[in-house]
Structures are given as C-alpha cells and as structure tokens.
Ligand binder design. Structure first.
Ligand code: NAD
Length: 257
C-alpha cells in the first residue's frame, strides 16, 4: 500500500457503501490521504455524511456535476481547505432509465444530452477546476471509471455506451494537455459490479453470469479490486502511466466467444 500521508484527494460519485468510488475513497484514506467527498442532492447527503464519518477528518461538499456554479464553488472550497489537490476520482454517471430500456435508435435528444453531460462532460469540467489546485502541488493524478460498453455492444447499455466512448476520448485529450504539468489522467474500465447505477440496467444479473462463464479468471470482480488498481494509478507506482484505460474485468475484454 502506498504512503499517501500529507496528500489530498477529491472523490466524486459516492452514493452508498456499494459505490465503486466509496471503495476507492476507503483505500485512499487507509493509505493516509485526506479526502473531500461530494453529494449531488439533498436526498443523498445523509448517506454520504454517514460514510464520510468513518474517515479521518473529511470534507463533505455539495456537487451536482451538471451544475457549473457548484463545480466552481467546490474547487474554491477545496483550495481554501486543502491549499491544493493531489488526486481527483470521478465516479459520476447517469442516464435516464427509459433511454437504457428503449431500443438505441429511440434515444431522445434530451436523454442523450443528459447522459453525455453527467457522465462525460462533467469529467472535463471538474478536471479544469482541479487543474490549478494540482499545479500548486507540482502535479497530480486524475481517474475516471468506464465500461467496455464504450467499444462493444451490450444490451440495454445504449446511450451510456456512447457516453463512455466520449469519456474515454476525454481521458486521452486531457492527458495530452495536462501531461506537461505532471498531471496524469487515466480510467479504469471495470467489470460489472452490483451497484446502484448497475441496477438501472435491465438484465444486469445475466451480464454477471456471462462474465463468470467467459472471463479468464472465471469470476466476477468486486469494488475492492477496482480500488487496488485505482491506488496504483493514483499513487507513485503509476507515475509513468497516463492516457490509459486499464481493464479491471478478470480479463473478459480479451475473449472472443
Ligand atoms: P453508483 O450508483 O454507486 O455511482 C454512481 C454515482 O454517480 C452516484 O454516486 C451518483 O450520486 C452519481 N451521480 C449521478 N448523477 C450525478 C450528478 N448529477 N452529480 C453528481 N453525481 C452524480 O454506481 P457505480 O457502479 O459505483 O458507478 C460509478 C462509476 O463506475 C460510473 O461511472 C459507472 O458507469 C462506472 N462503472 C460501473 C460498473 C458497474 O458494473 N457497477 C462497471 C464499470 C464502470
């Protein structure tokens, strides 16, 4: 485990104890980092505060990632409290359930806008905001979470697949721009895990079964395994890695049928 004491991180995307972002937050905190966690709405605030209370001296701040003003305020508060930032973990994604359930060609203009805005554009907006905070530390590491539905067709993933393709492309463009400032930008492409977001995908349990059957490791993965890979990418061991989409899926992506 890396020693991240004295470092500060922002983790966006904790909804409950099953969230991938929560596993990453716990791993960062165990390594000694001090964290800011966010909640998107009053409805989720209490959940996030309860989880955050188990960490050492966290900041808990509002941030609906579709709201530019909240993103700017988040950056300002973190700057004031932490005086800079070393890590940013982006685990926010959303598509309207009806867009996921309907045939892909039925994707509405508004449904497309919302999915791409929350799940891909927010990564650009938040990265822009944390950039000057990372410059103060002489560099930093940014990480987002994606899924293989960006390049392959998965039933009922639909517009979220398009959003993940945009997100992965944004990883490369941001990595190219921020690299000279020693800010690294990567993504983990995780295998399917039963979380709140995943439950919005019809037939999700059968996807879990297909992975168990076909992945080289012949099992599903869990959030702690994503968190371990995240520590590698965020911490000093990943210092030469940027613009990378790291597959943490038991090897499923390599298989034909
Ligand atoms: P989750 O439901 O726990 O996390 C999704 C998060 O997005 C929630 O915390 C939710 O509050 C947040 N969010 C949605 N709209 C928001 C908004 N407007 N502002 C701020 N936050 C908002 O589910 P998860 O599976 O942990 O998802 C985390 C990330 O991992 C997502 O990007 C997801 O696509 C990705 N992912 C998940 C899986 C999986 O199978 N669970 C696999 C690969 C990638």
């Amino acid at each position: 485990m890396p020693d991240l004491s004295g470092k500060h991180g922002l983790v966006v995307g904790v909804a409950n104890k099953r969230s991938i972002a929560w596993a990453i937050a716990q791993a960062l905190a165990r390594s000694g980092a001090r964290l800011a966690l966010t909640y998107p709405s009053a409805r989720l605030e209490e959940n996030v505060r309860e989880l955050a209370a188990t960490l050492d001296n966290p900041l808990v701040l509002p941030c609906d990632v579709a709201n530019d003003q909240q993103i700017v305020e988040l950056g300002a508060t973190i700057d004031k409290e932490f005086g800079g930032l070393d890590f940013f973990v982006h685990g926010a994604a959303f598509a309207r359930p009806e867009e996921l359930a309907a045939p892909f060609s039925q994707t509405s203009r508004e449904g497309f806008r919302i999915a791409l805005d929350v799940s891909a554009y927010s990564f650009i907006a938040l990265s822009r905001e944390v950039r000057p905070l990372m410059q103060k530390r002489g560099g930093g590491s940014i990480l987002t979470l994606t899924y293989l539905g960006s390049e392959r067709v998965f039933k009922n993933y639909n517009v979220m697949g398009v959003a993940k393709a945009a997100l992965e492309s944004a990883v490369r463009y941001l990595a190219a721009e921020l690299g000279p400032e020693n800010i690294r930008v990567n993504a983990i492409s995780a295998g399917p895990i039963k979380t709140l977001a995943a439950m919005g995908i019809t037939g999700f349990s059968s996807i879990l079964g297909v992975y168990r059957e076909r992945a080289p490791l012949a099992r599903n993965i869990d959030t702690s395994e994503v968190a371990d890979a995240a520590l590698f990418l965020l911490g000093p061991a990943g210092r030469a890695v940027t613009a990378e989409i790291l597959m943490v899926d038991g090897g499923f992506h390599a298989m034909g049928f």
